[in-house]
Design a binder for this molecule. Sequence first.
Ligand code: ZN
Length: 310
Amino acid sequence: MPAVPEPYLQEIADGVHAHIQPDGTWCLSNAGVLVGPDAVTLVDTAATERRTRLLREAVASVTHRPVRTVVNTHHHGDHTHGNHLFAGRARLIGHDLCPPAVLEQGTLVKRLWPDVEWGEVPVTPPSITFSERMTLHLGELRVELHHAGPAHTDNDVVVWIPERRTLLAGDIVFNGGTPFVLWGSVSGTLAALDRLRALGARHVLPGHGPVGGPELFDRTERYLRWIQTLARDAADAGLTPLQAAREADLGEFADWTDPERVVGNLHRAFHELPGAAGRAGAEPGAPLDTRAAFLEMIEYNGGRPLTCLA
Ligand SMILES: [Zn+2]
């Protein structure tokens, strides 16, 4: 198992910190730490108990104010497993569709990666939800929560801080890693990227990987448009998503981590194609067999299990 660099905290803007977990691959997600006048708002937790405790220590290194609010950008375990460590003293906020997705997912990642030391990660969904928008007031600082899906999932929330021109984008964008829309939507993510770009952010905290700027939207968009074209051509040629992925040249995206996600992304793109397999083209976020797609990602990887360094 390769050595994994320690997580680190980076101040993006006044009172807005990013907790980055290198190297940003499977389950090594980022969190946001918003320090208000009385309390801290945390954006996402971490995948394991140990990593969530490190996150809590990182918060304590910049402020002694308590964490009173946790916002989940979506239901995936690497962003929600640590919720329980804050649940007693903090309100947990997410999109309306987040709690059912957290409950349905349960401890899926523990089954996908049984060798990881997960610790105590009881399933703890958000208890306060919203459909489109919610505003938090950290003293005089306005923090807007926007529903931006279906994109990475059907319950994506981004956190926009207009006065700091800072966007916490969750897994709608990755920096250095391959985007992943198997649980969400290709076309929905493209629509979300347009809306996020229009906010005018200077700083963008991706769900995984280092802090960047609006160029992250452009790279994600280029990849997803490439996926759509690949899916259309492959469907015309009678190929399956796995066959299309195997024949594809990743080109400018070849140096991104977790390239096997191309298979899951193609499954989603095929699902949305008008006329594919006799369908009218599925709605963004419509259910599909994610388990089968995951198994094919492993097949694409030559049968090796996907690597989780959490
Ligand atoms: Zn995710």
